[in-house]
Each structure stands twice: as C-alpha cells, then as structure tokens.
Design a protein around this ligand. Structure first.
Ligand code: GAF
Length: 387
C-alpha cells in the first residue's frame, strides 16, 4: 500500500486529487502496560504497519469519508453536526479528529478523506490510534495549525475518550506521533517528557517476534474501564494523585503499603502498576547499557504481572508466552491493552522457526483456537507526510 495508490483511490472516489497523503503507524509496547492512565512510564516502538490517509478540503462544511477496510460506502456528515458518538464504527476516528480540533478552538472545514490501513484490527497493535493520528496530523499540517506532536497526541486521546468513548491513556497516540526509526520511545505520561532510546536488535543478534493470538480485544468494554477505575480508587485511598506516585524500594515496603488497601483486587492492580513502572525504568537502563539480552526476563516478569496481578491475560496469550520460552526465547509478554491481541517474543533469529512451529502446534492442540499469525517487528518511524 503505497502513497500513490492511496492518492489514486482518493481520485477515483472523489473525482479530484488529494491535497496530500499522510501516514501514522501502529505500535508494540516493549514494557509499561496500563501505566499510562496512572501517570506512569511506557516504552513503545512504532511498527512498519500504518494507517494512510489522503485528504482534500471542501468549502461547504460537508465531510465525506471512505475506508478500504470498510463496507465500501462513503460515510457523509457535516462538521456542524459533530457531537460525541455522532458517528460510529471506523468513521468515528476521522469524525473524532475533526470534532476535537473544533473543540480545541480551530476553524474546521469540510473534507473528503480516504483511509487505508495495514495495521491488523483488534490485534492490540493500536490500529485505532493509527487512524486517529493519521487524520489529526493531516489536518494539522493542511490547516497550518502547527500543534506540537505531544499536544496532538493529547488531542487524539481526548477524541478517543470523549468522542469515541474509550477510556484509554495516551501511550498509543504518542507512540504513533512521536516514535522514531530504530528506537523505542521512553515516555513519562505525566508530563509527556520523552526520550528516544536506540533499539538496535540486529546488532545485538536478536529479533522481536510478534505473535498475533487472533483473540480480538477492545477498549470500550467494561474490563479496561474497571481496571482504570480500580487504579484511580487505589490512588485515592493511598492519598496520592496517581499510582505513579507510589514508589516502593522493595517487596516488603510494597507489601506494607498494599496492606492499606481494603480489597485484594485493589492490592493486585496497584502492585502491577508499581512494579511495571519499575520494569520500564529497568528496561531503559538495560537498553542504555546495550544489554539487550537481559531485557528478556524483564519482559517475562511483566507478563506474569499482567496475568497474576492485573488479570488481563488469556489462555492463548499465556500459551504463546510459555511455549516461546520453552522453545528457547529470552523473554515474552502480551503487549497492549490485553485480553488477547499480540504477544512479543525476544529471541535469537535462529530460534524463530522452532518458536513459530511450537506455538502453532500448541494452538492447534486446543479446540476452537484460531491459528496464530507471526511477524518480526523492526522499529519504524512515527507519523509523517508521504506526499
Ligand atoms: C491500550 C490503551 F489504548 C493504552 O492507552 C494503554 O492503556 C494500553 O492499552 C495498556 O498499556 O492500548
């Protein structure tokens, strides 16, 4: 899917040339899960998979949007009619982008828009943030708004929270807009401070294998929201602004602190967030020191925490992690929002055929499990204009 073909499809649909073509990538997260809405740390990496958007302005306030992944219909609405949830399905993302810019005080014109994405949908690779960010960056540049990328990421998050209605954090949007090629993005979601941490897997003789468990997940459902609310309640009960502010030096100190929470569920949620923030910092230290192999156990510990404390894993993700480790991987964990989606596996390239065969066989042995899919992740650039 090249920029030229997205532009050609636009021209065929709307009978004129687009004013430009932009793209925004999906992501994997190395470590730092469910920390972003706790003001914590994350370490995502942009993928080569991206959403691409061709856009041209209109002067009549009408919006026409089309997606190659939709049902073929062109969805139409007016800028004036935009209100939270006024448009559903994939079209909610371009609609949300227009809505949030208008809410932010910018004059928003009508547009014709065509989208095409190769970010697998529902696989925990941030396909929706990629759509949202591609459209927002296109509008920002087309309208000459000059909004800085971290702020654009916050606007994308607001569109997802308030327009689409999914209570997500800011990791995926920031990854899509701010990642750079060959690096992981170390982001402090409290103040949006960020640093590109070089991630040269090939030089370390390693590869990141992504296993798509083919279990679809979603964020608008209750499980994500329930965990977010539990974290917020725990922070309140502990008298801190966010769980980010809970820093424990060691296991005993953390146990004493957790004992102040009245429910086991809150203790588990809190323990995950506190230990996960520590794992992000440990991972960044290892990358800085060039000790990429040592990242493996940190990833695996992150998975155990998601499984046992945050309770967001599923049998397919656990099987992918356990099977990959048994087949020689250095580390593995489910990435993204959870309840399925993708598992990332840190390994030597020589182990990849054995790991993919073992995971495929483990899935085939279970009744009703979809066959897993695999690809290797190379840290790709963040969102940009293609033409
Ligand atoms: C999803 C959300 F969109 C992110 O904001 C983040 O919370 C993630 O789940 C879990 O780390 O991708």
């Amino acid at each position: 899917m090249e920029a030229a073909s997205v532009a050609e499809e636009f021209a065929a649909l709307y009978g004129r040339e687009p004013e430009g073509v932009w793209q925004a990538p999906g992501r994997i997260n190395l470590i730092g899960e469910h920390t972003d809405y706790n003001d914590g740390f994350v370490l995502p990496v942009a993928l080569p998979h991206a959403a691409r958007v061709a856009v041209a302005r209109r002067d009549d306030g009408l919006v026409r949007v089309h997606s190659s992944q939709g049902d073929g219909a062109v969805v139409e609405f007016t800028v004036d009619s935009l209100a939270p949830r006024s448009v559903a399905g994939w079209a909610a993302y371009p609609a949300g982008a227009l809505w949030v810019l208008r809410e932010d005080g910018h004059p928003v014109p009508g547009i014709d828009l065509h989208l095409d994405s190769d970010v697998p949908f529902g696989a925990g690779l941030s396909s929706s943030a990629a759509l949202q960010c591609a459209v927002l960056l296109a509008l920002d540049e087309l309208l000459g708004l000059g909004i800085e990328r971290p702020r654009l990421a916050r606007l994308a998050q607001r569109a997802e929270n308030d327009y689409v209605g999914a209570p997500v954090g800011v990791m995926d949007q920031t990854a899509s807009l701010c990642c750079t090629e060959g690096a992981a993005l170390f982001l402090d979601t409290r103040d949006m401070a960020q640093r590109q941490v070089p991630l040269d897997l090939a030089a370390a003789g390693l590869v990141l294998l992504v296993v798509d468990t083919r279990v679809e997940h979603g964020h608008a459902d209750g499980a994500y929201r329930r965990r977010r609310e539990g974290c917020e309640r725990s922070a309140d009960l502990l008298g801190v602004k966010a769980l980010r502010d809970v820093e424990a030096a060691g296991g005993r100190e953390l146990d004493v602190l957790l004992a102040r929470l009245p429910e086991e569920e809150l203790r588990r949620l809190t323990r995950h967030v506190v230990t996960e923030n520590a794992r992000v910092r440990e991972a960044v230290g290892l990358l800085d020191a060039g000790e990429l192999r040592s990242l493996g156990p940190v990833l695996t510990a992150g998975h155990a925490s998601q499984r046992d404390d945050f309770a967001i894993s599923c049998p397919q993700s656990d099987a992918a992690v356990d099977t990959a480790l048994a087949a020689g991987a250095l580390g593995a964990r489910q990435t993204g929002g959870g309840f399925g989606g993708c598992v990332i596996v840190l390994t030597e390239p020589a182990q990849v055929p054995g790991i993919t065969a073992a995971v495929t066989a483990a899935y085939a042995a279970q009744d009703g499990w979809n066959a897993p899919a695999f690809f290797t992740a190379t840290p790709a650039p963040g969102a940009r204009r293609l033409r």
